[in-house]
Design a protein around this ligand. Structure first.
Ligand code: F6R
Length: 628
């Protein structure tokens, strides 16, 4: 944890190594208030949020209730918002969310719980909202307000344009907010367009505010709210005018803050190679120059005088960074056999390596590292691929029905009844309903078949293709179970069996609760268990990024060039995942197809290397080495 020391941030910011640590801190502060008020025989008034950000806080509070006897009998709560219209019993309702995550597990008096009502008549909304404000006032105002932040910069559902005089009211949701909610609703089209939300002014009246953000998906908006001006285009920035707000973030959510991204602008630095590389890449972007054309004047004009003084002149720094970057490029991701490897990212020996490519979903391997995957096979390594989860919930119903019908037509009577049941289930299925087991099975088989086809296309031996079906994923819902020993042991067993020299894993830290992150945590937990086994001393772990982001150029430790032909082959491998093509169940905020995103991203990496003065490639896949 590090307090604000030298930074551009305009609010008190506390950075924790993980979201769990941050959540624990907030939960303890809430528990302290509840207990203090109990001592004074008074009520504690909490403003509560929903979404992924506060779930660990609620988990901690439930734990404190169960293990330490923390009572909620004196707690009054006001939730920030609710979709409109919304039935309280709907899977996506915030009433249901609050019950499942907190209220059903503690001794709160239900009459002390206030959540905006998504069922009232539109004509009555205005007076309802006024009464919500009045209730807060009558309760003595909010003591602690919990907030998440949307990627639009919203707090509550106060979207850009909401000013600091706004009170509880009916609002229209931004597209980005609806896209972020589309997973939970099974598609953007099902997300309500409106919501009832407390206003910015309502929030500003709270005595203490905790705003939480976890994961690097929030890094950009956290930078804007903390370092940018107070503006209604980032409603969270109004908190800069609140006298008692604490921003609690984990490291990935803080990564774009100036103190981390451009630390030389705020303080004196220890200039190790990593920081020198980061600063030089940044300077090239600022000046739009390649590395070898940077001058002492450039360094001085952009605040890098200290670097020039310590490691200069520019000529020496330039050459050093140029060589460092040059040495990350290799067409031999498994190492170049019998070659001098002192300046290469991978070891030359053993010439033929055992490799495991872990793919969280059945298509991440080809999307994120398809060209490297094919090179590893072509260069004679013993490549295994392990698909961590079944990916069944991402298959559309009509796609599943098509396959069910195929099975019925092929098998005749034998499959007719099951087909009928599936057909009827889909026909009657309501938004948010969990799929019947047979339908989930068909969806899993579809994805399995696609992964088999893609790995076959990449040249992997059938016996080297592993479907792990990690149990944490198999809830049939977007919300997954927590990682358990059962998940980790499956990975431990595979690593023990293969004894790999190289492991590739999706190093996706964007969403702390997302499947990629859980899959990565499962691998890290397995490596922790195995770290003392002899073969592990010889195992290198390379992280690729999932579909959404790429490593920053200054972080990349291995960049594998991709020729135009290889890029096309990679595209065809991605095409094997037919159920994820032409509009997918979980599109997210990017309307491009996966192959387009992959190509754009790989071309962009190559272009950035080119702009820094390296050779010009068609595309590049990038990796960072994870060290034990
Ligand atoms: C939820 C709410 C929203 C969320 C925000 C972040 O009650 O009011 O402002 O806090 O959209 O959502 P998550 O935490 O899911 O990223």
């Amino acid at each position: 944890m590090s307090e604000r020391i030298l930074s551009f941030e305009k609010l008190h910011t506390v950075i924790y190594p993980s979201s769990k640590d941050g959540a624990q801190y907030i939960a303890s502060a809430i528990a302290d208030l509840i207990r203090k008020r109990q001592g004074e025989k008074k009520k504690a008034v909490l403003g509560l949020a929903t979404g992924s950000s506060p779930t660990d806080v609620y988990k901690e509070l439930v734990k404190m209730h169960k293990e330490e006897g923390l009572s909620f009998h004196n707690v009054v709560t006001f939730n920030l918002d609710e979709y409109f219209p919304m039935k309280p019993e709907s899977v996506q309702s915030y009433v249901r969310f609050m019950k499942e995550n907190l209220f059903d597990h503690v001794d709160i008096n239900w009459s002390n719980v206030n959540i905006p009502d998504g069922t009232i008549d539109v004509a009555e909304v205005q007076s309802y909202c006024q009464s919500y404000e009045q209730l807060i006032e009558e309760a003595g105002g909010i003591d602690i307000q919990l907030l998440g932040i949307g990627r639009s910069g919203h707090i509550g559902f106060n979207e850009p344009g909401s000013n600091d005089r706004t009170l509880t009211r009916l609002v229209t949701l931004e597209r980005i907010t609806r896209l972020d909610a589309s997973q939970a609703f099974g598609g953007e089209q099902n997300v309500p367009r409106r919501a009832i939300t407390m206003g910015v002014n309502t929030i500003m009246k709270s005595k203490l505010v905790f705003l939480m953000a976890w994961g690097n998906g929030k890094a950009e908006i956290i930078k804007q709210m903390l370092e940018g001006p107070v503006t209604d285009s980032v409603p969270a920035s109004f908190l800069q005018n609140h006298p008692n707000t604490k921003v609690i973030v984990d490291q990935p959510a803080a990564e774009k803050l100036t103190r981390f991204n451009e630390p030389w602008l705020v303080q004196s630095c220890v200039w190790d190679d990593h920081l020198v590389k980061k600063a030089v890449v940044w300077l090239c972007r600022q000046t739009k120059k390649p590395i070898l054309k940077l001058t002492d004047k450039d360094y001085n004009e952009y605040g890098l005088n200290e670097l020039i003084t310590e490691r200069g002149p520019a000529y020496l720094i330039n050459i050093h960074v140029f060589n460092m970057l040059q040495h990350t490029i290799t067409g031999w991701p498994g190492g170049k056999p019998h070659a001098d490897d002192s300046q290469r990212p991978e070891r030359a020996e053993p010439a033929s390596k055992r490799v495991i490519v872990f793919s969280p979903h059945p298509d991440d391997d080809v999307i994120s590292m398809g060209a490297t995957f094919m090179r590893l096979v072509d260069q004679g390594h013993d490549v295994h691929v392990a698909y961590q989860v079944s990916g069944n919930i991402a298959v559309a119903d009509d796609e599943a029905l098509r396959f069910a019908e195929f099975a019925k037509d092929y098998m005749g009577e034998e499959a007719a009844d099951t087909f009928k049941e599936i057909e009827q289930f889909i026909h009657e299925k309501e938004e948010g309903d969990m799929d019947m087991p047979e339908l989930r099975k068909i969806k899993a088989i579809i994805r399995r078949g696609e992964a088999k086809a893609a790995s076959r296309y990449c040249g992997v031996k059938p016996q080297n293709v592993h479907f792990l079906d990690l149990p944490f994923y198999e809830t049939g819902r977007v919300q997954k179970s927590p990682l358990s020993d059962a998940d980790v042991n499956i990975i431990v067993d595979l690593i023990r069996e293969v004894k790999p020299h190289q492991i590739y894993a999706a190093g996706d830290l964007a969403d702390p609760h997302g499947t990629h992150r859980v899959c990565l945590d499962a691998i890290f937990a397995a490596l922790e268990i195995l770290k003392n086994e002899t073969y592990m001393q010889d195992c290198w772990v390379w992280l690729y990024r999932g579909a959404w982001h790429e490593w920053d150029i200054s972080e990349i430790e291995m960049a594998v060039p991709v020729s135009p032909e290889e890029l096309l082959k990679k595209r065809f491998a991605i095409f094997k995942h037919q159920s994820q093509k032409d509009g997918v169940v979980f599109q997210g905020s990017d309307s491009r197809e996966f192959w387009q995103r992959a190509e754009d991203r790989n071309r962009d990496t190559a272009c950035q290397y080119d702009q820094l003065g390296m050779a010009e490639y068609e595309a590049m896949e990038a990796f960072v080495r994870w060290k034990f």
